[in-house]
Design a protein around this ligand. Structure first.
Ligand code: HEM
Length: 212
């Protein structure tokens, strides 16, 4: 099967540090928020780990951002279709995952160098990476030192508002990660996409994809 190079090294390094970090943030976040329900570690350890890993993830985020901002690979995120067609293609893709796939229908998206994502992936990754992840980092930093950032917290409506936003996005990620892992297993083999995020190469069925 022909292979194409879809995930450059910086994206792969960012992705796996990010994945491990987010899982650790969920575990320590649960421990902090639901004391008593879990007893994996002490409250103090959970807070210290949550803060440190949080700052590592903020730094790591810039590997992804700077890579895309300064290379032409940002084209993988440019919609090639008009907004209406883009939404329709996302809907078609969602129908495939929710229904067509169980009937053995072919995937409506064909991977190529500059179209490694289907419309649904491209839209959801952009909302996640440009909105939800930065908001989570921002609210997290404010909550890390509430007295230092009290001015900003007051402007936003107080600690309760900032904390609620942080917890709501946390709940989103608790749902997103299992869904993302499930979708990542739907390649031509169970591990094909995961392998490609490790090696950089995705195996494609038609030769036309290779040139991109
Ligand atoms: C925990 C285990 C995870 C696994 C097994 C996993 C797997 C994958 C795989 C296989 C891809 C390749 C493209 C695709 O199939 O969509 C991918 C891409 C991506 N993942 Fe994950 N992922 C994980 C965690 C996360 C987390 C926690 C986030 C974000 C908070 C995330 C965000 C992304 C993004 C934004 C991309 C696109 C990267 C790009 O710009 O090229 N992933 N993931």
């Amino acid at each position: 099967m022909p292979r194409i190079y879809v995930h450059p090294l910086p994206v792969r390094i960012w992705h796996w540090i990010n994945a491990a970090g987010f899982v650790a943030m969920l575990v320590t976040g649960f421990q902090i928020r639901y004391i008593g329900l879990f007893n994996l570690m002490s409250f103090r350890t959970a807070v210290v780990l949550h803060n440190w890993i949080g700052f590592v993830l903020i730094g790591n985020f810039f590997i992804w951002l700077v890579f895309y901002l300064f290379t032409d690979k940002i084209r993988v995120y440019h919609p090639e279709l008009s907004p209406m067609k883009h939404f329709r293609a996302s809907f078609r893709q969602a129908m495939f995952y929710g229904y067509g796939i169980f009937k053995g229908e072919p995937n409506p998206h064909h991977v190529s160098v500059y179209q490694k994502f289907n419309s649904m992936q491209s839209m959801s990754y952009q909302v996640i990476m440009l909105l939800l992840v930065p908001l989570q980092f921002y609210t997290g930093v404010l909550l890390w030192d509430v007295s230092r950032f009290s001015g900003m917290i007051d402007v936003l409506g107080g600690v309760r508002v900032v904390d609620t936003a942080h917890v709501l996005i946390f709940i989103f990620f608790a749902g997103f990660i299992p869904m993302h892992i499930y979708l990542a297993t739907l390649g031509h083999t169970r591990i094909a996409h995961i392998k490609s995020m490790l090696t950089g190469y995705e195996e494609v069925e038609d030769e036309h994809s290779v040139g991109g």
